[in-house]
Design a protein around this ligand. Structure first.
Ligand SMILES: [Zn+2]
Length: 225
């Protein structure tokens, strides 16, 4: 339970935020509507969005997805990811259980993307590597740039043959267009990364603390000559 103070009228009241999610208790509707941990002031009705860390866990095959409430400077995000991965690994070793897959994100959009990739059985490392390639000349018109655009997996449009991405303008956050990647291209990448140990290691090295996103890859991959 935390005590909140309404920024509008100053009223103080208690609120129990949702901080733990699981496949059984996903609060999916609130997640999608963006209303999770939103509360109205009991006195004036002002809506408050309560910033808390959210942890989604799957136990059957150990997986942990953490969303911090706000983005931080890059170095801090990297350090936090490494720390989280290390503590989760140490906890697993201590308990003699399988090391979990750990992911750390800093926006609700990224949280949902990871969640739905997981639910669709897609490997986020491969998806982020695909984005990285798309940013670096992998589109037909070559019009994507990592500095200007941001790609997000479109989980509302998943089918047997195609994976869809929405291209956002980074400066104003607006969606610009759709981009489709065929399943066979995705499978080819899974195969390529799985069979090329050097590439797999290169990708892991570029994702410190397993902060799996294309931005981290873009910042860390060696530049092609
Ligand atoms: Zn109020």
């Amino acid at each position: 339970m935390i005590t909140l103070k309404c920024p509008h009228c100053g009223e103080q009241f208690d609120f129990e935020p949702v901080t733990r999610l699981s496949p059984e208790e996903l609060h999916e509707k609130e997640l999608l509507q963006g209303t999770l941990n939103c509360v109205a002031c009991p006195k004036c009705g002002e809506g408050l969005n309560v910033p808390v860390r959210i942890i989604y866990r799957e136990t059957e095959s150990p997986y942990m997805l953490v969303q911090e409430p706000h983005p931080l400077p890059e170095a801090q995000m990297r350090a936090m990811a490494m720390q989280l991965d290390e503590s989760a690994t140490n906890a697993a070793i201590g308990q003699g259980v399988q090391r979990p897959i750990v992911r750390l994100v800093f926006t609700r959009q990224d949280f949902l993307e990871k969640l739905y990739l997981r639910r669709n059985g897609l490997d986020d490392r491969v998806i982020e590597f695909a984005k990285y390639q798309l940013y670096n000349g992998g589109t037909e018109d070559g019009q994507l740039s990592q500095a200007k655009h941001r790609l997000l997996f479109d989980f509302s449009r998943v089918d047997a043959n195609t994976l869809s991405f929405i291209v956002y303008n980074r400066s104003n956050g607006r969606p610009i267009r759709m981009l489709e990647v065929s399943r066979s291209e995705y499978e080819a990448l899974v195969e390529e990364i799985g069979s090329n140990a050097e590439l797999g290691q290169e990708i892991d090295k570029c994702l410190p603390g397993r902060r799996v996103d294309a931005d981290a890859l873009g910042n860390n991959m060696p530049r092609e000559q």
